[in-house]
Design a protein around this ligand. Sequence first.
Ligand SMILES: Cc1cc2nc3c(=O)[nH]c(=O)nc-3n(C[C@H](O)[C@H](O)[C@H](O)COP(=O)(O)OP(=O)(O)OC[C@H]3O[C@@H](n4cnc5c(N)ncnc54)[C@H](O)[C@@H]3O)c2cc1C
Length: 475
Amino acid sequence: MPIEENNTLNDAITSFAGQIFLRGEPGYEEARTARIWHANRPDRFPEAILLAKNESDLVNGVRLARQKGWSVAVRSGGHSFPVWSVRDSGLLIDLGGYKEMSYDADSQIVTATSAIKGGDELNPYLKQFGRYFGAGGCPSVGLGGFLLQGGMGWNFRGWGYACEQVVAIDIVTADGELVRAGENQNADLFWAARGIGPGFCGLISRFHLKTRALTDGVAVSMQAYPVERYEQVLKWLWDKHPDISDKVYFNAVSARPPMPIPGHDGGLVFMIWACAFCDSQEEAAEVLAPLKDCPYREDAIMVSDAQPTTLPEQLSLVDQLHPAGLYYKVDSAWVDGPQQDIIKAMRTLVMDRQAEDTGYTFLIFRLPRPDDAPEIAMDLGTDLCVGAYIIHEDESADQKLRDWLRNAMGELEPYTVGQNWGDSDQTFREVKCLTDETWSRYQKIRDERDPEGVFHAHLAGPGGFQNRNGWEKGE
Ligand SMILES: Cc1cc2nc3c(=O)[nH]c(=O)nc-3n(C[C@H](O)[C@H](O)[C@H](O)COP(=O)(O)OP(=O)(O)OC[C@H]3O[C@@H](n4cnc5c(N)ncnc54)[C@H](O)[C@@H]3O)c2cc1C
């Protein structure tokens, strides 16, 4: 039953296939927090929470919010670190109970609802068709949050942001209408939904995504060095990166190794992890071969070259590194400037990670976007992103670790162009995730599409989200 202007709240509530919980009712707290993937629990409380079951619930949810004067927040996979979905006041529409997928063999396009998990659900479904999608490293991340913030998925370095594989999106607009957005229809929403992040002025029901052929040519090379070697190894990798094939995705990471390395005391190591996505194992070995040229290889405490692997195998490693239900703090910086200065500015982040923390510092490289790459909202334009995940079990260590992270990231301030939506926390300090041009273009779209603010704007601390860096250091 469609929601009409004159429905009472009770009429409206009974029209949903899913359940709605008002603040104070039994079940409300469970609905507010149970699907938050980590232990961070915000002190924010919506008026009502709708556990949607189908597309009509999405349309009716937005119409109800309009009628009640509520602002809408959305949850898909529940992974966002600052918990963007839980806002004060308004209606939270939780999409976790609305999951559908279909594949069209002619177009090789898969259609999936927003709460579908890229690694745990979409790719296992696509396997039967011999296809896959370059979803996020963490298999349980929801498509909705991941793609809205650009999406640094498998082979981000060579294939670009995952949102570049989106061909169309079904969106419930602020008017409560379900529309399709693509290159030639509602193109403003289509552009924005590919990178504008968690303040998008619409409710995404479905993504239509290009897929890739599954191949047997996935292989991984790894090198782990004593952390004291990071400056030399990183400089070498950074210089070498433009010459390495776009079929190789690599990260450099400072972490305590998750598994024992013979002869190593378990302390921090600096690791290169490189994964090739090729048509055959022979080709994978060929494109990974340049990594063997590292002049410090003799000092490595562990080396493995071009080992055949599969995406599920790699995903389960990522899962081990990111246990659910723990406390997470994250920060990131797209950097630009003199290489040696940046490498030195990372010293605390790489070499001084705190004992209570089982997280890591990462560097993600990317190649320049090709001239014919689609125009998307997410792109800060530099070729290196530095980030840090703090992962810990002890809530009482939270403040100390936050301060450490803020100070350590602050060292990179002179070289920071901006942050990643997914690896930052706007409630903790001001961040800039978009270019100035993108941000002002989006303001106009938002003003036109959602003049009454039916959808919550980007979450932020006091002063609202301004898309700028704030670098206050801890005490
Ligand atoms: C362990 C871990 C590893 C990660 N690894 C990666 C990675 O490899 N690459 C990467 O790019 N990111 C990564 N991320 C970041 C992740 O992609 C973002 O946090 C993303 O927002 C999570 O999406 P979600 O749907 O699970 O989250 P949610 O918390 O459900 O959603 C986040 C926000 O996105 C918006 N949103 C979601 N769905 C919709 C919708 N249907 N309509 C409108 N707005 C919507 C809402 O504002 C929502 O609050 C990782 C996160 C974690 C926890």
